[in-house]
Ligand binder design. Structure first.
Ligand SMILES: NC(=O)c1ccc[n+]([C@@H]2O[C@H](COP(=O)([O-])OP(=O)(O)OC[C@H]3O[C@@H](n4cnc5c(N)ncnc54)[C@H](OP(=O)(O)O)[C@@H]3O)[C@@H](O)[C@H]2O)c1
Length: 318
């Protein structure tokens, strides 16, 4: 089973270093020359939780252009870019779809909701899957990642209710490489479980410049966080998307008791993106909640206000 990974960032390199094996070369697609050079020279190194894993350069094929996929189509193509790059990835993939479609399955490993949309016009739902990753990957050097946190196994599934037996082998391969993973038949709910956490904390953490624990310690920001969660539950109810928790109040209990304490020192990735002058994933997070709310007649005033403020902060960047 051969893999290709699009996006040589923290998650891409973390998953590549987990999936690579001696018998077959793993294709890495990325655009940064410094990353290519470092990987061609040193291979990949993964450290942190689950121990050290080294992948020599000769187990990897490094390419900049996706036409490289067509020479020898992989069984799985993992999209590991930020959500704001998905549209451009889909545009580049579309002309290659006829050559890849029969063999290659897509696995979207990004945060957010709606990342599959740009692929749907040309990629069959039966070959389009999602991964929910709540493992923390940090990339201290271009060819190295450190696993800093691991809340739960990587979840693999289909939001379209498709046959997920092919994902069993992917889960097994990730587990063999040291990263716990499992398939799920509840992929929509699982993705929204992470959306709840991300939408409540990530934009506000960026706007306030506060760590997650600080947001929930302060009474005003805690109220905003809780209200975002309640708004999203109303949207999910209207859209008839079930999640693991029976109500917003049940989720809030888990959120404050179990989810915040281990991530209290966590800094918002949107804050890092704004500081670096990059776009944020706001459209795949609060933007997606807003759009779903509009489609199903559920109001999202606080989520929309956060989205607006982050969009404005993006425009203020140099
Ligand atoms: N890091 C984590 O701990 C973590 C955990 C769970 C989920 N996630 C989610 O996983 C996704 C990836 O996050 P990340 O932390 O890996 O981000 P990242 O470190 O910024 O990596 C994204 C990579 O994608 C590359 N890229 C962007 N557009 C591209 C294009 N058109 N063609 C080729 N490469 C392209 C970027 O290259 P350039 O450097 O050239 O822009 C970068 O190397 C996000 O949705 C994130 O929210 C991250």
């Amino acid at each position: 089973m051969r893999f290709a990974i699009w996006g040589m960032g923290a998650v891409g390199i973390g998953l590549a270093s987990t999936l690579a094996r001696a018998e077959e070369r793993l294709l890495l697609l990325g655009r940064d020359p410094e990353t290519h050079e470092a990987i061609a020279r040193h291979g990949l190194r993964r450290t942190g939780l689950f121990g050290e894993r080294l992948v020599p350069p000769d187990q990897l094929r490094l390419e900049t252009h996706p036409t490289a996929l067509v020479d020898d189509p992989p069984d799985w193509l993992l999209v590991c870019t930020k959500a704001f790059a998905t549209e451009s990835i889909a545009q580049a993939l579309a002309p290659l779809a006829p050559a890849l479609g029969a063999r290659t399955r897509l696995l979207l490993c990004q945060n957010g909701w709606g990342n599959e949309e740009p692929f749907r016009p040309f990629w069959p739902e039966s070959q389009l899957f999602h991964a929910r990753v709540i493992t923390g990957f940090r990339r201290p050097r271009p060819h190295e990642v450190e696993i800093t946190a691991h809340a739960s196994p990587i979840a693999l599934g289909s939001i379209f209710g498709q046959d997920i037996r092919s994902l069993e082998a992917v889960a097994a391969r990730l587990a063999a490489g040291g990263l716990p993973a499992q398939t799920t038949r509840e992929m929509r709910g699982v993705l929204w479980g992470k959306m709840l956490y991300n939408c409540a904390l990530n934009p506000l953490g960026a706007l306030a410049g506060r760590r997650y624990g600080e947001l929930t310690e302060d009474a005003t920001t805690r109220t905003l966080v809780d209200e975002v969660i309640r708004e999203i539950f109303r949207v999910l109810e209207a859209a008839q998307i079930p999640v693991e928790w029976s109500s917003a109040e049940a989720y809030l209990e888990t959120f404050h008791a179990d989810l915040i304490p281990p991530t209290a020192a966590h800094e918002s990735s949107m804050l890092q993106d704004l500081h670096a002058g990059r776009p944020t994933e706001i459209e795949a997070l609060c933007g997606a909640v807003e759009r779903l709310g509009q489609a199903f007649g559920a109001e999202t005033p606080i989520v929309s206000a956060l989205a607006t403020l982050v969009r404005q902060a993006e425009r203020r960047q140099p």
